[in-house]
Design a protein around this ligand. Structure first.
Ligand SMILES: O=C(O)CCC(=O)C(=O)O
Ligand SMILES: [Fe+2]
Length: 305
């Protein structure tokens, strides 16, 4: 998760980075957005190679992120196979996709996203049911989804930091949206280690085009939607899988504390000794700290988001 946030931060302050999208009449969306691969324009509801707002080209999707998407799809297939006791073909329910678009949204704690369908990808991709793979980081979102454009009839789930939601196949056209963000719900290490400001970062990966044949066999779905809300893998409906906390906390594992080696402790002690020797007789000569560069990427981004 820390690595994903870093990728978004680095790309987010560069050309084609975060901006607040809006409509021609002036209304703005309640989030910050950045598109990778292709630009999605909420006003026209279409994709393009540059964005209208500042003519910027969207940055490419970092390969590392593409790998995480593939891992998540593979994990969902493994899960579907086991659930179907080998009888189902997971690719028929949730086809494999290779993402070439990623929409990155940052919601502050007052952010939300209205009920909508993701249907601006090419007809071949939609017809094949190539899934949308969604990564959630930071504060928890209340996510609504359903078959009809009526959020009162929608099902609700919580998307927490590290969760991956996949919807494709028969669920590719579901209506969905974000009704609220729970303040202060992000794990502390996300805000501390990755320096994510209060709010939620969401990445949705998609594949624009599909070149193969589009025949899809309706997915068999056992009627037992019996996963409880805390199961690590949840089959929510045909073509919709939630992988709870799938994205690892960080490279060294959850809540890792760096324990210094004996060698590192010795080096630190030697350095401290040298410093105290140097300044013991002339402490007034202590050099001033160099001024903080408040416009460094790390420093400024929390203000931008
Ligand atoms: O933030 C989310 O979980 C959903 C984002 C979404 O639906 C979209 O970007 O199309
Ligand atoms: Fe969406």
């Amino acid at each position: 998760q820390v690595k994903i946030i870093k990728h978004c931060r680095d790309l987010g302050v560069g050309p084609g980075g975060f901006y607040q999208p809006g409509y021609r009449e002036g209304a703005k969306l309640s989030l910050r957005m950045m598109c990778l691969g292709k630009n999605w324009d909420p006003d026209s509801g279409s994709y393009g190679d540059i964005r209208r707002f500042d003519a910027a080209q969207p940055p490419k999707i970092p390969e590392e992120l593409t790998k995480y998407v593939k891992d998540a799809i593979a994990a969902s297939h493994e899960f579907l196979k086991q659930r179907g006791k080998g009888a189902t073909n997971p690719d028929a329910e949730l086809p494999v996709m290779s993402p070439d678009i990623c929409i990155v949204n940052f919601y502050t704690t007052s952010g939300k996203l209205g009920f909508h369908q993701d249907n601006n990808e090419q007809r071949s991709s939609l017809a094949r049911g190539l899934p949308v793979v969604s990564f959630s980081l930071g504060d928890t979102a209340e996510f609504l989804y359903g078959d009809v454009r009526d959020d009162d009839k929608a099902s609700k789930i919580k998307l927490e930091s590290g969760d991956v939601l996949i919807f494709g196949g028969q669920s590719r056209h579901i209506f969905h949206g974000v009704s609220s963000i729970a303040p202060k719900s992000a794990p502390l290490w996300v805000t501390d280690k990755a320096n994510l400001r209060p709010g939620r970062l969401n990445l949705t990966f998609r594949q624009y085009n599909y070149k193969g044949s589009v025949n899809v066999t309706p997915a068999p779905f056992d009627t037992c939607v019996c996963d409880n809300n805390t199961a690590p893998l949840q089959h929510l409906r045909p073509g919709m899988v939630l992988l709870k906390k799938f994205l690892k906390a960080n490279d060294q594992g959850r809540n890792a504390i760096n324990i210094p080696t004996l060698m590192e402790i010795c080096v630190h002690l030697m350095v401290l000794n040298l410093i105290s020797l140097k300044y013991s007789r002339s402490s007034w000569k202590m050099p001033l700290k160099p001024p903080m560069n408040s416009w460094s990427k790390e420093g400024v981004l929390p203000m931008l988001w």
